[in-house]
Design a protein around this ligand. Structure first.
Ligand code: GLU
Length: 300
């Protein structure tokens, strides 16, 4: 019931992005829907490249053969990767980054297949070729780099805490010793808690939205994951839950790619580096009113 409430303040006019594209032939921009997306057809956001060649990229060869791109995403993280089940519209910073990459490879919105993949299943989905690339709050780290490659980083946040609105402020994870903290299986925050905070009890789900549900129902004392994700949930339920404390880690988001596809990796890194104002426009549209202050990071 409460879950049907949508994130306020994220639906921003697409004018900033529209202004950047050459292919929008004067169709009026429409302010976005509640959950963070514009009602303007996403295909007008970015100019779709033509005659793209990416010699030596097995992933791009596969996309060309399939005449589509398959992108792994999250769909329960408002502001970052979100699916509005009523309208079928996908929105969020990560989703727009994914669309921007697709457009740079020559794929319009109607040639994109989005696949929701939970945190624990990302590496395997990339290894299996179930997705061509993954854009969804995916932290770059050495363990994951043994299995896959990352382009980026394209965003930086850190582990934070979400608690009940009437709970005392907390500024360190140890404040939850003896209490129960919820996070997603396979995520860096749950790994951090298990490895370094043995006195904290944990509850795990595939999806953060299940943790938020438990927090709203008083079944857990806190949800922990990247603060950028938690801010999206707090905005959905401002009377019930709040973000507390600072950032406990540094999480650098990358685009997950098949290991060894350096041609695709270099293509995406060049896009990020030479993309002009597009990164900022995507940020402003999706997270501009969230209170998050972050500049585009330099790629590795
Ligand atoms: N960025 C962290 C990670 O990649 C947490 C968010 C997530 O699970 O997607 O594990």
């Amino acid at each position: 019931m409460r879950r049907t409430r949508t994130l306020a303040g994220i639906g921003i006019a697409a004018t900033a992005l529209l202004a950047l594209t050459a292919c929008n032939s004067g169709s009026p921009s429409t302010p976005g829907g509640d959950a963070g997306g514009s009602t303007e057809a996403p295909s007008t956001w970015f100019e779709v490249a033509t005659d793209v060649t990416l010699d030596g990229s097995p992933t791009f060869d596969k996309m060309e053969k399939a005449d589509k791109v398959t992108i792994g995403v999250k769909e329960d993280q408002p502001g970052l990767g979100y699916l509005d089940v009523t309208t079928g519209e996908r929105s969020g910073f990560d989703v727009d980054i994914a669309r921007w990459i697709a457009a740079s490879l020559g794929f319009d919105e109607d040639k994109i297949e989005f696949k929701p993949i939970a945190s624990a299943n990302r590496e395997q989905a990339i290894i299996n070729g179930d997705v061509d690339y993954y854009v969804g709050t995916y932290s770059i780290n050495d363990k994951r780099k043994e299995l896959i490659d990352f382009a980026g980083p394209y965003f930086i946040t850190g582990q934070g805490l979400l608690v009940a609105a009437d709970a005392p402020e907390a500024d360190k994870l140890e404040d939850f010793n003896g209490k129960t903290v919820c996070s997603a299986t396979g995520s860096t925050p749950i790994q951090n808690i298990k490895a370094n905070f043995p006195e904290i009890k944990t509850q795990e789900y595939d999806l953060y939205s299940a943790c938020v549900e438990d927090l709203l129902n008083g079944k857990v004392d806190a949800v922990t994951t990247d603060q950028a994700i938690l801010i999206g949930y707090a905005a959905q339920y401002p009377d019930d839950i709040k973000v507390t404390g600072g950032l406990f880690t540094e999480e650098r988001y990358g685009v997950g790619l098949a290991k060894g596809d350096t041609v695709l990796k270099d293509h995406i890194n060049t896009l990020f580096t030479d993309g002009g104002d597009i990164w900022q426009a995507i940020f402003d549209k999706n997270l501009g009113s969230s209170g998050i202050k972050v500049d585009q990071p330099k790629v590795d």
